[in-house]
Design a protein around this ligand. Structure first.
Ligand code: HEC
Length: 135
């Protein structure tokens, strides 16, 4: 009886510790090659682009990044790295080219979308949509 209680206590202790560890994990700086960071946005952020970007966002991105980009998507709790708030901070201060690069290439929990979204115009539509989420 006592042993079972000890076992239960240690299991609880270990799970509390691992939760503390995961939530402590910060996203590391994500370097973007100069050439990519300097690539100019090829698509004007007009109504058509934003509408297309929004549709792609809701289909492919909102599950992790949340509908408004703050990172509260339904899948985000299961990830090892929590997505940063895309509405401000480093996400908004980097160039359009850098955002394009990250969406195409992915890293760890962030999937690479260059195969799933093969048309570069669609990735630019997403970049334009992310800009429209800026607070
Ligand atoms: C399975 C969850 C998941 C999905 C789906 C997802 N992302 Fe991400 N995303 C992440 C995570 C986690 C990070 C942080 C990755 C890191 O820094 O290692 C991230 C990072 C990013 C970044 C870089 C942010 C920064 O601060 O530099 C951008 C831009 C981005 N995602 C856009 C998108 C777009 C656009 C889509 C949809 C086409 C998408 N993501 C779909 C999880 C996801």
């Amino acid at each position: 009886m006592k042993r079972k209680l000890m076992l239960a206590t240690s299991i609880i202790a270990v799970s509390v510790m691992s939760v503390a560890f995961t939530s402590d994990q910060q996203t590391k700086p994500w370097p973007v090659p100069d050439k990519d960071a300097k690539t100019p946005n090829a698509v004007k952020a007009d109504k058509g682009s934003l509408t297309a970007g929004k549709a792609l966002w809701n289909l492919h991105c909102a599950s992790c990044h949340g509908k408004t980009g703050i990172g509260d998507g339904s899948k985000s709790a299961q990830l090892n790295t929590t997505p940063d708030d895309l509405t401000k901070g480093t996400a908004q201060s980097q160039s359009d080219g850098a955002l394009f690069y990250k969406i195409s290439q992915g890293r760890s929990d962030m999937p690479a979308f260059k195969k799933k979204i093969p048309d570069a115009e669609d990735i630019w539509n997403l970049v334009n949509y992310i800009r429209s989420l800026k607070k």
